[in-house]
Design a protein around this ligand. Structure first.
Ligand SMILES: [Zn+2]
Length: 692
């Protein structure tokens, strides 16, 4: 799992509305991290008692003086660093454009991809011409077999079930190619439920007034998109498309259950699909998807797959054709004329996330280059912005974190000896990538044209799909990355028993080679600790030291873990960001446990790094105070109500404020800030959760 929710760039719909970066003004509003090293005192609110609201204590000053720009759903450390990374990437693109690099080179592709997207006049002048061959193919569907072929042609490698947590695709199903559950030495295809344009089933099924209002706006939006695509009778078509999506949503597995590995471990042969999931012409579907000779698949959501297959047969072909046409225009809106992109933004940006103004075009262009040529940019980025010294220092922190976990595991009273031994073995074989990967992707077969924004996007999806198809059956590269160096995030890859910390997250305020150890361990140390803890949490317990799916916990270990997890679930269930809307303790449990493990191990590693010396006092704050404030400042953020509501419903991560409140489970935090009974965050000792 990744450390923070990552925007899915798999579909252009997400690309157009995702807001992964802050504006330059917003970044400037935060304390300039290059001027100070360590905790940002100016961002705190000393009038708040740490025990009453630690989040405001650590971030209140920044929150009070920060406005969310009109083109953003929210703002925080992640977005500010994302902005810095984007500016750096923009500079790389600019340089590539000036370099007159030869055709076919990465630099030429970077420049052409960006310039084609920036040429709005040309995109507008083409109108819907780029869509016409695809719309004509949809119009030519006359049989169930034709329909299966068309659906198969839409399959893309656009979900990621264990690494980057991308659980939704607007296509009928999503494909993920990854090491097998049984044979982690080889890649195998995984299939996931799909078919919805809105982010999750809740948007279709939830009975709240807010969701009803969004659904009403969605109906208007789908009709508008169909009208833009040239369809008559758009309202009636939209109603049928939405009814179909509603029927699909009813069969979808909720997010809280989708991470349950035991339910996902279903190996189906080709023949199983027809027998277990009748309806869709599976052979035609797989042939069209280029998977005609693939004999085995992992089916992640079998009940949803079965139900969706049945819907293919029971819903009229005409409705499916409209569904295909609507999904086509929605998924590629960003590279279509202005009126189409604007209509998409009015729903997905404004109605759904509360953002009133589209981001500047250049920033969307940078996002596209990152999405389609991420490694080509990343290679240059890593060279320019991540020094060997920073890499060495981050690696030393990682070594201290690993040592801290070894000690904690050795001392945990509730682990059986056999479990302890396997957990230690997992730590020993864990591959931790710092900054950038050892090998880079080769984009030579991805064709980019300087005057074809739509085609570039279309071919990018296909290129990535074929890249992954070619890996099926091949030996697994345990050191492969799934995140670019320029991404501000971190990720655990359980089937590879590996972690990655991209260069872009190893920056101030998360990581600063010149900051005191307390600040670095509190900020990035807790993040590194978070990812390591996924190695042996509920998810990690399903994968052994070789990345195979093998439960290496005893029933007693599980019982204790569940009991503690339940306590933590209740803690988060009680958080209520808006009246009537609670954090879902079950949906967020894995991430909350990782936050708890991360801060515990980082605290130990910090103290070990002092080597017995007294921690220096900085700005009047003792070492432990700096440590916890730095952790609290990881979470400084502001979000629009609509965006926050969306996160509560769809994200495996709790909202930032509540991730900050993890501290109330740490005894040392009480001591550091003299937190007393009666203060809001105070928990009696027996209610503090200790897992790792
Ligand atoms: Zn995580």
């Amino acid at each position: 799992m990744s450390f923070a929710s990552s925007c899915s760039f798999a579909v252009l719909a997400a690309f157009a509305l995702a807001a992964p970066v802050a504006t330059a003004q917003a970044a400037a509003a935060a304390t300039n991290p290059t001027e100070t090293h360590g905790i940002a005192v100016a961002n705190m609110d000393p009038s708040v008692k740490p025990g009453d609201n630690f989040y405001l204590y650590a971030n209140g000053g920044w929150i009070a003086r920060t406005e969310i720009p009109a083109d953003r759903a929210g703002l925080g450390v992640f977005t500010i660093l994302g902005d810095r990374s984007n500016k750096n990437v923009a500079a790389i693109i600019e340089e590539a454009a000036k370099s007159s690099a030869p055709a076919g080179s990465s630099a030429r592709k970077i420049a052409d991809l960006y310039n084609a997207f920036m040429d709005e006049q040309h995109i507008d002048s083409l109108g819907l011409k780029p869509l016409q061959p695809h719309l004509a193919a949809i119009a030519a569907i006359h049989s169930q077999r034709d329909l299966a072929v068309a659906l198969g042609q839409t399959l893309r490698a656009d979900v990621d079930l264990l690494n980057n947590a991308v659980f939704s695709t607007p296509n009928l199903f999503g494909l993920w190619v990854a090491p097998g559950f049984q044979d982690s030495e080889h890649y195998i295809p995984y299939l996931l439920q799909g078919g919805l344009e809105m982010p999750s089933r809740s948007y279709y099924l939830d009975g709240s007034d807010r969701m009803k209002e969004i659904r009403a706006k969605y109906a208007t939006h789908v009709a508008a998109m169909l009208r833009l695509a040239g369809f008559d009778d758009a309202d009636a078509r939209a109603a049928r498309v939405i009814a179909l999506e509603h029927a699909i949503a009813e069969q979808h597995i909720p997010l809280a259950d989708i991470e349950d590995i035991s339910k996902a471990n279903n190996l189906w042969t080709r023949a199983d699909f027809t027998a277990k999931a009748p309806g869709l012409d599976w052979f035609a579907y797989f042939d069209a998807a280029g998977l005609g000779s693939q004999q085995q698949f992992m089916v992640w959501t079998p009940t949803a797959l079965t139900a969706e297959s049945a819907l293919v047969a029971s819903t009229s072909i005409d409705t499916w054709k409209d569904w295909l046409a609507y999904h086509l225009i929605e998924n590629y809106a960003a590279v279509l004329p202005h009126d189409v992109a604007a209509e998409q933004f009015s729903f997905f940006g404004t109605a759904m996330s509360g953002v009133t103004q589209q981001q500047p075009r250049w920033r969307l262009g940078v996002g596209m280059v990152n999405a389609y040529l991420g490694d080509a940019v990343g290679q240059i980025y890593a060279q320019k912005y991540f020094s060997p010294q920073a890499k060495a220092q981050a690696q030393a922190m990682v070594a201290n974190l690993i040592a801290a976990y070894h000690k904690r595991l050795a001392a945990l009273p509730w682990l059986a000896d056999s479990t302890r031994a396997e957990a230690q073995a997992k730590l020993d074989t864990l591959y931790i990538g710092i900054g950038y990967p050892d090998h880079w992707m080769d984009y030579s077969s991805y064709e980019v044209r300087p005057d074809d924004a739509f085609g570039n996007a279309w071919r990018a999806g296909l290129w990535k799909y074929h890249y992954w198809l070619a890996r099926i059956g091949q030996p697994v590269d345990r050191k492969a990355w799934t995140m670019e160096p320029q991404t501000v995030n971190a990720v655990n890859l359980p089937l590879q028993n590996a972690l990655s910390f991209p260069a872009a997250i190893l920056q101030p305020p998360f990581f600063d080679p010149q900051a005191p150890a307390a600040a670095n361990y509190g900020a990035i140390g807790a993040i590194i600790g978070h990812e390591i803890s996924h190695t042996f949490d509920a998810e990690g317990s399903a994968f052994d030291s070789k990345g195979r799916v093998r439960n290496w916990w005893t029933p007693a270990d599980h019982a204790h873990f569940e009991e503690q997890a339940e306590k933590l679930e209740k803690q988060y269930d009680a958080y209520e960001p808006f009246p009537g809307l609670h954090v879902n303790g079950k949906q967020t449990i894995d991430e909350n446990i990782a936050d708890l493990g991360g801060i515990s191990a980082a605290y130990d590693a910090y103290h070990a790094s002092l080597g017995g010396k007294e921690a220096p006092v900085e700005d009047g704050f003792a070492g432990d105070q700096q440590f916890y404030i730095a952790f609290g400042q990881d979470w400084g953020s502001k979000a629009r109500e609509a965006a926050l509501r969306r996160q509560v419903l769809t994200d495996a991560h709790s909202p930032a404020q509540f991730r900050c409140d993890t501290v109330r489970n740490a005894d040392a935090w009480y001591k550091a800030f003299n937190v007393q009974p009666g203060q809001t965050l105070y928990l009696p000792e027996d209610e503090r959760v200790r897992i790792w």
